[in-house]
Design a protein around this ligand. Sequence first.
Ligand code: DGY
Length: 321
Amino acid sequence: MRPYVYITRKLPDAVIKTLKQKFTVNMWDHEDISVPKDVLLAEAKKADALLTMLTDAVDESVLSAGERLKVIANMAVGFDNVDIEAARRRGIAVCNTPDVLTASTADLTFALLMATARRMEEAARFVKEGKWNSWSPFLLAGQDVHHKTIGIVGMGKIGEAVAKRAGGFDMNILYHNRSQKPEVEHKLGAVYATFDELVSKADFIVCLTPLTPETKNMFTIDVFREMKKTAVFINVSRGPVVNEQDLYEALTTGEIAAAGLDVFEKEPIGREHPLLTLNNVIALPHIGSSTIETRTAMMTLCVENIESILTGKPPKTLVNK
Ligand code: DGY
């Protein structure tokens, strides 16, 4: 019997062609609706491999249903949606998609920082709504980015790529990370700071840390109060790293100036969410890595990892070594 691969979103035929040549492949037939849990459980029962999205909770129930399951290829660099420990216990390989998304995610992070600092969403809306009556000296005046201090929380590959972009804008670069990185300091002129130092000194606080039990709820009102009143907070990692109620309070009481958010505690964020009522918030629908080239590369890497595991070869990007 050919191994069975289940894919939890509709992906282009061209990308999964090679899987189809070797394996039996089935796919959830929607691009913009997550696979329901009961379908995922039923498919996991039959599957040798699952190609999953960050929206799928690959928890104990899914992993234990998968008696034949050998690999979870998760289409994201983050893998907080997968119970890594449970997979390890069962000998199931978990693969992610690092590297291929680094530059695109750093581009989006920097674009969001720029857009938030320079009030680009407000300004574009202003023109489209026919409110532009005259040039005026402080019309939609934002904050400078160049020569300011960026504080990067989470200096992984994406953090480094953001630091590289910040260097092009003559920014001072602070970073906080679990471990200090002398080679990054040397290469990019970044300076290590404690978390408290970073949040109090940076003009732009950029959160890129993975979601772990240690980073959950890392940004609370106490932390926002430590920031400058002019600080701009950017989050492109995972929503639960931030206490959203506290962020709302910080933004509405003038503790910080603005926020650019690509991720939220609950995704999709509901239309009625208080953060969406604020002019000093730019909210994006978790599109950090979303370019056609990068998303295609992420899918392709998942396909390659599945092929490798199911044919007895080492995968390129194994998480639970
Ligand atoms: C990831 O890969 O973890 C990103 O959040 C997806 O865009």
